[in-house]
Design a protein around this ligand. Sequence first.
Ligand code: HEC
Ligand code: HEC
Length: 301
Amino acid sequence: MALPAIVKGLLVGLIVAVPVVFIAGLAYVYFASERYLRDVAADSSYVYPGREDAETIERGRHLARTRGCFGCHGQQLQGAVFSDEWAWVGTAVAPNLAKYAREHDPATLEAAIRQGIGHDGKALWSMPSYNFVLMNDNDVSALIAFLRSAPVEDKELPQPDLGWETRMLIVSGQAQHMPEWGSRMPPLLLGEGDDPQLVRGEYLAKTSCNECHGFDLRGQPYPVNPTPDLAILAGYSDEDFRHLMQTGEAIGGRTDLGLMTMVAKDRFAAFTEQELEDLLAYLRTLPQQPIDHQASWRELN
Ligand code: HEC
Ligand code: HEC
């Protein structure tokens, strides 16, 4: 039975229109998300002092170890791929940092580390720059000096790919880029005139633990790993705390805290005795402080 001409016309129209609409939709999602990622400007006030003596480089190495650069960028800084664990990002590729530090100037490194802006001027997505927003100039410079001195280990890495799911989240306003997160990081509360040990402790906590425990360290329900309020440490003795930091084992003989155990072994086992004491002294003041329910990711939940 022959179809009436009008039905035939409609069918042909549909066969042509559906892919056209689909492709136009994808193009919209791609270009709108690109526009969002490019709509950032780095603050260029940082000046690299150029100190690259042995002591500075050693300080930089300690920072790279305790702040997790090795954990994510590879133990030889050779780069690493994050496609499996972070499936919601297409393929996140942490670049080879020793190589990167040879190819880019210190200001580019600083913008990536503290501001969440990449060498191409685009907002970063998976690099946790919000954790380093409060890192002071001396430390960021030591870190850069270390990276510039680190031997280059070559490794084949794939092209990074943000993935359509992430781009859809951007276009629908459900996800923010790294400079946006960094801008939400509140300033340090302690400074001149306060107990120097607590000042050091707050700095350590808010350039280390805030990556996962909320910007104010009071816990967060998002994204993959929910974390407790660090006021929980009121129940820890000095020895329990040292044990947790060095082995990732919690009180009560709990040996597997997932990501926490991983980062304790990789990063926090390298904290000095002094750093552990400063950190704990500060974290023990948390129960006296009010919780800001708008801080970090809590407002999204
Ligand atoms: C949780 C994992 C993680 C940690 C910790 C981490 N990075 Fe990254 N970093 C990444 C990923 C992933 C990228 C790739 C860019 C992206 O997806 O945002 C990246 C990108 C970078 C870039 C390149 C930015 C560009 O594209 O131009 C630099 C530089 C960098 N990181 C430095 C560091 C330094 C220094 C440290 C330690 C202080 C560090 N990162 C800690 C995951 C991490
Ligand atoms: C990469 C993410 C990450 C970082 C960085 C991190 N933590 Fe955790 N932490 C976790 C997770 C996830 C848990 C919850 C583990 C669980 O209950 O299974 C946790 C749990 C804890 C606990 C609770 C232990 C208990 O008794 O249940 C303490 C205390 C703690 N972290 C301290 C710290 C301190 C101090 C720092 C900074 C020096 C830090 N964490 C940095 C992810 C992290």
